[in-house]
Design a protein. Structure first.
Length: 366
């Protein structure tokens, strides 16, 4: 069916209007576009690949979601190099139409993307979605790392319980992916009335699925120094507000080895995870990286007769410590040397109860 629309579009040079998509004239909202452009360079951008029938509609769906910072349609998990569209639809190459989705994991949860994807397909139908039939339209979610794979398989297994028939969505490692021809990219933006197998109301749902948090919903806020003086111990206050340094080997977390999360003592905002903590021998907690670079500020520090890079929490503006380039090479080569007095440790067993359940998956990293 889609081939007919391509043919008519190329020959007649007009938009083809199909009843299956209804009103697609509504482009991605201005707010979503601006927000996604703003986070394009975010430090926690990940990728996932969705195959759900014709890739025109699947791409358009994910383009509506705040936190999705890039999409590209192409051909996944086939047997030859650099396939053309004609080769893919010949049913001899093993490729399926797929969409590469780049998303900021700090802005949107992968589980939300998977849920929207399931709403866009019939996950119990093999090699068909809408009017498109063939192995090149088979459904699948493809990943490039084990941690993402575990989330995908777990979420699909959970969603499968809602269906009386077996779910036939592939959940496997991405073997290869080749970008499709330029005329396929952003197809429904360029051809608003073009063919699509996705019910148009789902695009509106995707636009509203991940709204910006209201100001009243902001979890972590900087507190006044007068409040902190009452809330913190004398040492915590001197370290976080007056850039002091606690003694090595005589602080709370330098030898903490339990699983859990380390949060800003002044705001409660998550900063570091135990899987990134390592023994450096310096006498202070050492981490290879923060949970996200967006959570910290790094500033030049010329105090004490040397030039160093100071680390501060972005929301709380609390002094945390310093970062050095003598960390483990296999972990990126950095050592975030952090004062225990700047942190509060939440053990894994308490994370859900204390509001940090969304971060538990980070503890499963290999």
């Amino acid at each position: 069916m889609k081939n007919l629309f391509i043919f008519l579009g190329l020959i007649l040079g007009i938009a083809v209007f199909a009843t299956s998509c209804g009103d697609l004239n509504k482009k991605k909202s201005t707010e979503t576009k601006k927000e996604n452009e703003k986070i394009m360079d975010a430090g926690n951008v990940k990728e996932i690949y969705f195959a759900g029938g014709c890739f025109w509609g699947t791409e358009h769906l994910f383009q509506q979601v705040r936190g999705v910072v890039g999409t590209e349609v192409g051909y996944a998990n086939g047997k030859i190099k650099n396939p053309t569209y004609e080769q893919v639809i010949s049913h001899t190459t093993g490729f399926t139409e797929a969409v590469k989705v780049k998303y900021d994991a700090d802005q949107v949860d992968l589980k939300l993307l998977i849920d929207l994807y399931f709403k866009s397909i019939d996950p119990t139908t093999l090699n068909r979605q809408g009017n498109d039939v063939g192995d090149n339209y088979r459904s699948g979610i493809y990943f490039t790392d084990n941690n993402t794979g575990e989330v995908v398989k777990s979420e699909v297994a959970k969603l499968a319980k809602n269906y009386s028939k077996p779910v036939v969505v592939e959940t496997i490692t991405l073997k290869n992916f080749y970008k499709a021809e330029d005329y396929h990219q952003d197809y429904l933006d360029k051809n608003p009335g073009g063919y699509c197998h996705i019910e148009p109301g789902l695009f509106e749902e995707a636009r509203n699925a991940n709204p910006l948090p209201k100001k009243s919903e902001v979890k972590y806020q900087k507190q006044d120094k007068s409040v902190l003086k009452q809330k913190l111990t004398a040492e915590q206050y001197k370290v976080t507000q007056e850039n002091d340094t606690e003694r090595p080997f005589q602080n709370e977390y330098w030898d903490e080895t339990r699983e859990g999360i380390y949060v800003d003592i002044t705001t409660g905002e998550p900063l570091f995870i135990s899987t990134d903590k390592f023994e450096s021998g310096c006498g202070w907690p050492s981490f290879s990286k923060p949970i996200s670079q967006k959570l910290i500020d790094e500033k030049v520090d010329n105090s004490v007769g040397m030039t160093r890079t100071e680390v501060r929490s972005k929301t709380g503006d609390a002094h945390l410590g310093h970062v050095f380039d003598d960390g483990p090479k296999d972990k990126g080569g950095l050592r975030y040397c952090i004062n225990s007095a700047s942190l509060k440790f939440i053990p894994k067993a308490e994370m859900q109860k204390k509001g940090y359940g969304d971060y538990i998956s980070l503890l499963n990293k290999k």
